[in-house]
Design a protein around this ligand. Structure first.
Ligand code: NAD
Ligand code: DAU
Length: 349
């Protein structure tokens, strides 16, 4: 029996993780703490919301007092912390909210765990979910390993790097049992359409232009979100205390090549002529401070804990496009209202 606090469980990765934990471990109680920002959506969890071993608590992770009350109410023994502001472009517009949620929010959770557990750390765990962006940008070659020096470039990655440092500081200073994982770009169902893959799928469907930053030559290492959730499960149960694990799919794509695969897949599944949507590609001003390339070496996770990605990218992208086409109601809901203002501000359209 464990009482696990998952933060950010109504978001993209969090909802996949909550579903996996609730369905796999009927003896665990999963408490999902989320303040429901624009990115949090309880519709993502409709299929498990009535389960006995699941509870949702609306709470801001920055509110230490309320967080401690939640620890007390549910006798929390483990935390898996995902709540964050997660979109690089938004961090360029508004760095303060990233420092607030990602740095101060993480600090407040760490403090709550330390206070509630009161120095008795037996069978306790604080698991912090982080990103490969803390390592900065690679050139043409090489990979990020767990030993790569931190070198964040965006306000988002700087805030995540800072949160990682606070987690390690709590381990070193107070003996808090912690583990950190740093993952590459995720894709799959329920991702908010501000991120490349769902945004472009939605635009292709609606014959809207596809704003490719710069020359489209930046490289990302894509991992199917369910594989990330599986990796978190493995690290949560078998990870070494105080350790860090990189998670990635050895699956690098230049943006423009990936965009062409998306166009081809959407057009085919919609019964359009091949190449019909190629004309939507529009090169726009590059993202400020745009990291050229991310590539994760996840050998440690494979060798030490036996985790490997389960899905080939071709299969993953087919599943993902199919999901967004079938769930157009979900997409319509999340792109109504405020999303239109966001789109206008970011893309001037
Ligand atoms: P997301 O933006 O889809 O979801 C974030 C969730 O956090 C939302 O449900 C939101 O409501 C919640 N949240 C935000 N501020 C909060 C606050 N103050 N209190 C409580 N809840 C709050 O993000 P995601 O893409 O699912 O990412 C989840 C985590 O994984 C983040 O920590 C991110 O840095 C990390 N990560 C993401 C990726 C990726 O490709 N998306 C890759 C590696 C790591
Ligand atoms: O690497 C892990 C990170 O991946 C996570 O920590 C972040 O939370 C997540 O948002 C993601 O960051 P990226 O900036 O890599 O993802 P995004 O989907 O925003 O962009 C992917 C690439 O596509 C990037 O090179 C920028 C480019 N892009 C993105 C958008 C939204 C475009 O060319 N046009 C766009 O409109």
């Amino acid at each position: 029996m464990r009482n696990i606090l998952v933060t950010g469980g109504a978001g993209f990765i969090g909802s996949h993780l909550v579903r996996l934990l609730v369905n796999t471990y009927p003896d665990y109680h999963i408490v999902n703490m989320d303040v429901l920002t624009y990115a949090g959506n309880l519709e993502n969890l409709k299929d498990i919301e009535a389960k006995d071993n699941y509870t949702f608590v609306k709470c801001d992770i920055c509110d230490v007092k309320k967080v401690i009350e939640v620890f007390q109410e549910y006798t929390i023994d483990s935390v898996i912390h995902l709540a964050a502001e997660s979109h690089v472009d938004r961090s360029i517009e508004d760095p303060f909210s990233f420092a607030q949620t990602n740095v101060m929010g993480t600090l407040s959770l760490l403090q709550a765990a330390k206070e509630y557990w009161g120095g008795n750390f037996t069978n306790k765990l604080f698991y912090h979910v982080s990103t490969d962006e803390v390592y900065g940008s690679l050139g043409e070659d090489g990979f990020f390993t767990e030993e790569t020096t931190y070198d964040p470039h965006s306000p988002y990655s700087a805030s995540k790097a800072s949160s990682d440092h606070f987690v390690r500081a709590f381990a070193d200073t107070y003996g808090l049992p912690t583990v950190i994982s740093n993952c590459s770009n995720n894709y799959g169902s329920y991702q908010f359409p501000e991120k490349l893959i769902p945004l472009f799928i939605n635009n292709i469907v609606h014959n809207k232009s596809l704003p490719v930053y710069g020359k489209g030559e930046n490289v990302r290492d894509w991992l199917f979100v369910n594989d990330h959730a599986r990796a978190i499960d493995v690290i949560f149960h078998k990870g070494k205390l105080g350790d860090t694990y990189n998670i990635g799919g050895f699956n690098e794509w230049k943006n423009i090549d990936l965009i062409k695969v998306m166009i081809k897949t959407v057009d085919r599944l919609l019964g359009r002529e091949e190449g019909a949507s190629d004309k939507l590609i529009t090169y726009v001003t590059d993202r400020a401070g745009h990291d050229l390339r991310y590539a994760i070496d996840s050998t440690k996770l494979k060798n030490e804990l036996g985790w490997e990605p389960s899905l080939q990218f071709e299969e993953g992208i087919e599943k993902t496009v199919t999901w967004y086409l079938k769930n157009n109601e979900w997409m319509e809901k999340v792109t109504s209202g405020k999303y239109q203002e966001y789109y206008k501000k970011m893309y001037n359209k």
